[in-house]
Design a protein around this ligand. Structure first.
Ligand SMILES: *Cc1c(COP(=O)(O)O)cnc(C)c1O
Length: 367
């Protein structure tokens, strides 16, 4: 009994210096950027994957000005309803089993409809409320959705059950120049005769392709202050970083030329150098494959990680930061160090880093 209490107290006091600070005003600012880009569309804020790692409810509260929220599963959607959100809530992959339909109807949830079995389930189960169906059309990404020639029959079935239909597709290359042309042309050609709301754009298309905004845009990553494009930084896009992952130096040492650092001795000092150990590792969500040279801020100054990332620690070069001491603040990404830069050095994208933040990392909100 006493032991549990002590553990809980120790957790609350957060003695390990690692934390993720979530800037609520930055979330709101980034929603404003999305609105400015797509002033005539409604905003379906994508908060799947626990709000891209920032906390789903926290994110929804900050983005209460959005017209809708997109999540992945029923439990998330109902959590939002129970927290009092009355906006449209969309299940991005739809229901996974017909058993979910009664709850879907009871909580007034919208569902992506991407496959015939879902339509069959709807036809079999007369549900009380009219369903809002986001009919997903496969225009070339080949993950989910009806083929263009299957659209008329799918529409007819959905109208038969009285569903409100939104026509939807998803782009594979909206982050590239001319990236949506083919998919957009196909979508337009098969939907032009329908007077139905449309939704096509993820963040990259919100930023790059006004012609694809339609009635609902679906921004995700840009709301969190990261760039969906490799060629344009978040700050160039006017976005503010939301999550700052920070820790401290918990050890320092001077090592001679040739000394090895970390598992596998993958880094050897090319000359005598000062290094520091940071309380953050891959069990916190920092990417283990981040190579020596991946940027990091120590005391606000840019440095680099060296050696392999361990489970709970990583090592940084302090040679150029003579004022560094134990307890010096370290920014792994966020304010002052774009998560996109860290992701790119680690051979991945900001989405993966943000979503991978481990449950053990305490989240602190900054207003
Ligand atoms: C995740 C997702 C989005 C958001 O994408 P971003 O690149 O994060 O803006 C939009 N639409 C669908 C269907 C998605 O799955």
């Amino acid at each position: 009994m006493a032991a549990t209490t002590t553990a809980a107290e120790a957790t609350r006091s957060m003695p390990r210096p690692l934390r993720a600070t979530v800037d609520i005003s930055a979330l709101r600012h980034n929603l404003g950027v999305a609105k400015n880009h797509a002033p005539h569309a409604r905003i379906m804020a994508v908060i799947k994957a626990n709000g891209y790692g920032h906390g789903m409810l926290r994110t929804a509260k900050a983005l209460v000005g959005a017209d809708g929220f997109a999540v992945l599963n029923l439990a998330e959607a109902i959590t939002l309803r129970e927290a009092g959100f009355t906006q449209e809530i969309l299940l991005l992959e739809g229901f996974f089993s017909a058993d979910e339909l009664p709850l879907l109807a009871r909580h007034c949830l919208s569902s992506v409809i991407h496959a015939q079995w879902q339509i069959d389930a709807l036809l079999k189960m007369p549900i009380s409320a009219p369903v809002s169906a986001w009919l997903k059309i496969n225009t070339g990404m080949n993950r989910l959705g009806f083929q263009p020639n299957e659209l008329p029959a799918a529409l007819q079935s959905l109208h038969q059950i009285g569903a409100q239909v939104t026509l939807m597709t998803h782009f594979a290359c909206a982050d590239e120049r001319d990236g949506i042309a083919e998919q957009m042309a196909l979508f337009n050609s098969i939907t032009s005769s329908q007077q139905l709301p449309r939704s096509l754009s993820n963040s990259a298309a919100v930023l790059n392709y006004p012609e694809a905004h339609g009635d609902w845009v679906r921004p995700g990553i840009m709301l969190y202050g990261a760039s969906p494009m490799s060629q344009q930084s978040a700050s160039e896009l006017g976005l503010k970083p939301v999550m700052t992952l920070s820790s401290e130096l918990i050890a320092m040492r001077d090592i001679p030329t040739g000394a090895a650092v970390g598992y596998g001795a993958s880094f050897r000092a090319p000359e005598a150098m000062r290094i520091g150990t940071v309380a953050c590792g891959y069990a916190d969500g920092y990417p283990r494959h981040a190579p020596s040279g991946t940027p990091v801020l120590v005391d606000g100054q840019q440095s680099r990680i060296i050696g392999r990332v361990s489970m709970d620690m990583l090592t940084v070069d302090l040679s150029q930061i003579p004022a560094a001491r134990i307890g010096s603040p370290v920014t792994l990404w966020g304010a002052g160090l774009p998560v996109d830069e860290v992701a790119s050095a680690a051979g991945t994208i900001s989405y993966e880093l943000l979503c991978a933040i481990a449950a053990r990392v305490p989240i602190v909100e900054a207003a």
